[in-house]
Ligand binder design. Structure first.
Ligand code: NOJ
Ligand code: MG
Length: 539
């Protein structure tokens, strides 16, 4: 019989309950003073992440692309998959970073961008050179539609049509994102082989896994059929669903699962490696990306529904419950509230809710992915402070500003001129917050420590409790005989909790967003506005 996801083996894998920390390499720490973050900068700041008493205590780093790139999509347009862009350092620096991480017990993930290359990649240069090029079929080229114009009505995620006319060879090429990001043709086995070699190259250097970019767009209808008019609003924006058409034929195709299985087989050649899918799909579809059983498709797949949810009790409740109900048994949900593509959650939901959000993210079952800076409560840049024209045409500069290490003008990020302005290092920075037990950073640290110290929080089952209070999210986590009750008031007013349905009378506070400690009487428990409390049930 196949190993199931519930088996002890699957549970014991290192990513069970893990906290992964996303680093956007341009914006973390600049060691050479050119105003751009770099690998040496990261190496110099690992103390913040793990290995010292006041470190955050995360389990792994995911590094956004550090590959050579002409930066049309700020690294997600790659011109060489097996090198490091000079502004970030060298392959030797990358090796040193992996080694430094491992020396502290930190795992290290890279970003794999398998769906498209840069227009500057030699594969594409070859492919576009002539219709007879041996690499012509590495990309998706097509003649105009009958009667002229693009081969289909598919749209690109960043707006406009997904087809770009190439006058030299009189065909269109497909791009699901910017025109400078031609889509690879995953129906061509040579592409699958080439990407496997890329993965092996990094696995052999000790990389522990990949976050896999934009996977739902990896494979498109072979006949290039037009998308039909849309009849339902798309809960998940992006990926071609915004132009009045349902992206039925170019996103989330059934064949995408063959692509993921291929990636999984390559990962399985090496011990203990993880693949985390960037799965911008409906939660109903996520189960299929997690495959059948423990050895199939992605180990982990992002569920973005909570990130995209308004901060309202009923929306959050439903997003949590849908996640729990729609993941296959034994699979772990993967949540992030911020990343380099979305407004930071302290901006989206409001800075006053950031402590409650941290509590939510780190007490839910599954894997939590933090975006560098959120542990300080960092907010987005004010648009008027950003460069014009913007670096990112899709308007994401505001979420990508540098990490704030100290209160100095450039936040200790660089000794030169930062590539993007810092937002508010005087207000939020690592140095000040490290020393302050009431800071956001200290809250993240104690939440992560509590999660590690508790079997129930690290890998316990989840059971929601409804009706505890009109604005109170409540659930039980349970493992190895330990029962933890998690309560979070998402409203601003205090709330008395009705806990009659909990088979216990007392709890011991293991972590809270407030100063609350000690024993709690479940018959008489009132939460302050936006207060979160996790209680180990005792009596
Ligand atoms: C998702 C990445 O997170 C985003 O930054 C990028 O623009 C697209 N994929 C295209 O690679
Ligand atoms: Mg630099």
């Amino acid at each position: 019989m196949n190993e199931t996801k519930n088996s002890p083996d699957a549970r014991a894998r290192w990513w069970q309950g893990a906290v992964i920390y996303q680093i956007y390499p341009r914006s973390f720490a600049d060691a050479d003073g050119d105003g751009i973050g770099d690998l040496r900068g990261i190496i110099g700041h690992l103390d913040h992440l793990r290995g010292t008493d006041d470190a955050l205590g995360v389990d792994a780093i995911w590094l956004s692309p550090m590959y050579p790139s002409p930066l049309h999509d700020f690294g997600y347009d790659i011109s060489d998959y097996i090198d490091v862009a000079p502004e970030y350092g060298t392959l030797a620096d990358l090796d040193a970073l992996v080694e430094a991480c491992h020396a502290r017990g930190l795992r290290f993930l890279l970003d794999l961008v398998p769906c498209h290359t840069s227009v500057d990649h030699p594969w594409f240069a070859d492919s576009r050179s002539s219709r007879g090029s041996p690499k012509r079929d590495w990309y998706i080229w097509a003649d105009p539609a009958v009667g002229g114009g693009p081969p289909s009505n598919w749209t690109a995620a960043f707006g406009g049509g997904a087809w770009e006319w190439e006058p030299a060879t009189e065909q269109y090429y497909l791009h699901s994102f910017y025109p400078e990001q031609p889509d690879l043709n995953w129906r061509n086995p040579a592409v699958a082989d080439a990407m496997a070699d890329v993965m092996r190259f990094w696995f052999r250097r000790g990389v522990d896994g990949f976050r896999v970019d934009a996977i739902a767009a990896a494979i498109k209808d072979e006949l290039l059929r037009d998308n039909p008019p849309d009849r339902r609003p798309h809960a998940i924006p992006g990926l071609g669903g915004d132009a009045g058409h349902d992206p039925l034929w170019n996103v989330n195709r059934p064949e995408v699962h063959d692509v993921i299985r291929h990636l999984r087989r390559v990962a399985a050649e090496f011990p203990d490696r993880v693949l985390v899918g960037e799965t911008y799909v409906q939660v109903e579809e996520l189960a299929s990306y997690l495959g059948h059983g423990a050895d199939d498709e992605f180990h982990l797949a992002f569920n973005f529904e909570l990130l995209l949810s308004p901060w309202e009790h009923r929306h959050l409740t439903l997003a949590i419950e849908r996640s729990e109900a729609l993941h296959p048994p034994g699979a772990l949900p993967t949540y992030a509230f911020s990343n380099h593509d979305q407004p930071r959650h302290a901006t989206r939901w409001g800075p006053e809710r950031a402590r409650a959000a941290a509590f939510l993210l780190l007490t839910l079952r599954g894997v939590a992915v933090l975006y560098a800076g959120e542990e300080l409560g960092m907010v987005d840049a004010d648009p008027s402070d950003l460069p014009h024209p913007p670096f990112d045409r899709a308007g994401r500069d505001a979420y990508r500003t540098p990490m704030q290490w100290d209160a100095s003008k450039h936040g200790g990020f660089t000794s030169g001129d930062p590539w993007l302005p810092l937002v508010d290092p005087g207000t939020r920075n690592v140095g000040d917050q490290r020393a302050d037990p009431g800071s956001m950073l200290s809250l993240y640290r104690v939440l992560i420590a509590a999660r590690r110290a508790s079997s129930a929080l690290a890998h316990g089952e989840h059971r929601s409790l409804f009706g505890v209070g009109s604005d109170v999210l409540a659930w039980l986590r349970e493992a190895d005989g330990e029962r933890v009750l998690v309560l979070l008031n998402v409203g601003d007013a205090k709330q008395r909790c009705d806990l009659r349905r909990v088979a216990a009378t007392d709890g011991e506070v293991i972590v809270a967003t407030s100063a609350r400690t000690g024993r709690a009487d479940l018959a008489d428990l009132t939460l302050a506005g936006l207060e979160g409390v996790a209680l180990r049930l005792t009596g």
